[in-house]
Design a protein around this ligand. Structure first.
Ligand SMILES: NC(=O)c1ccc[n+]([C@@H]2O[C@H](COP(=O)([O-])OP(=O)(O)OC[C@H]3O[C@@H](n4cnc5c(N)ncnc54)[C@H](OP(=O)(O)O)[C@@H]3O)[C@@H](O)[C@H]2O)c1
Length: 229
């Protein structure tokens, strides 16, 4: 892998990317875009049948691309080079606790916001500070990174060639962060930006509620762009 300043990756070998809760819009959307970037995607679910259906749905979005997207139970999806976590905050802790052994040693990318678009209120307080910090606590043997909190599923699943957003990435494992910045940089229009240590996750997660407000006001699916980098 070769990374240039700003987190752009020039080359990155194809990886297996597992997605916990991959049947939802965020998991399917990230699966689609990372699949288009040439990675093998395993969409996970509590139901293998739902996962298989979600994988077929994602593949059908770009039939001309012959994407390598399959579905499986969450435990099988966790057996991957990189594992994305895209479940509602309510199920986050319990799911990760149950998968701690299989996730040990792996790069785990937490994308969870402890709030919901429907909630419309302020972020839900999290005892560990943020969902990503909670993941790091529950998975002491994993290389936990926070990313993709503010990337709209609607945009990921849309027909647009470019997703056009920066991805703010935080964590305490520098190599894992570089890898995730690189993954993001492989999606046209996306750029991974190193946003600092793991504790920044509480700000990144809360920041998503700002986007919710902007989206409601301007009837759009906005994203963040950092200038000067
Ligand atoms: N949607 C967005 O635009 C967006 C953008 C940025 C970040 N995010 C974050 O990404 C996460 C997923 O968002 P989403 O909109 O895709 O959510 P979602 O559709 O509500 O949930 C995703 C999947 O999680 C699984 N799930 C639901 N409840 C669960 C539980 N209690 N325990 C374990 N698994 C459970 C379900 O899969 P199965 O029933 O198949 O297991 C569901 O399809 C959220 O934390 C959200 O804050 C979303």
């Amino acid at each position: 892998m070769k990374v240039i300043p700003g987190g752009h990756v020039v080359t990155l070998e194809p990886l297996t990317v597992g997605v916990l809760g991959g049947t939802g819009p965020q998991g399917r959307g990230l699966g689609l875009r990372l699949g288009l970037a040439g990675h093998r995607i395993v969409l996970g679910s509590r139901s293998a049948e739902r996962a298989t259906a979600a994988a077929a749905e994602v593949s059908a979005l770009r039939p001309e691309e012959a994407l390598d997207v399959t579905g499986a139970g969450n435990e099988s999806a966790a057996d991957a080079d990189i594992v994305l976590v895209t479940v509602p905050y309510e199920g986050h802790r319990e799911l990760l606790l149950g998968l701690a052994d299989v996730l040990a040693g792996r790069v785990v990318v937490d994308c969870v916001n402890p709030t919901s678009y429907a909630h419309r209120g302020p972020p839900v307080p999290v005892p560990d500070g943020s969902a990503t910090e909670e993941a790091a606590k529950v998975l002491p043997g994993s290389r936990v990174v926070g990313a993709f909190h503010s990337v709209s599923a609607k945009r990921l699943l849309g027909t647009n060639a470019s997703v056009s957003t920066d991805v703010l990435v935080c964590g305490d494992d520098a190599d894992a962060k570089t890898l995730v910045c690189g993954l993001a940089g492989q999606v046209p229009g996306m750029r991974g930006i190193d946003a600092g240590p793991l504790y920044q996750a509480r700000l990144l997660e809360d920041l998503t509620t700002v986007l919710y407000a902007i989206n409601r006001r301007y009837k759009t699916h906005a994203g963040f762009k950092i200038t000067g980098v």
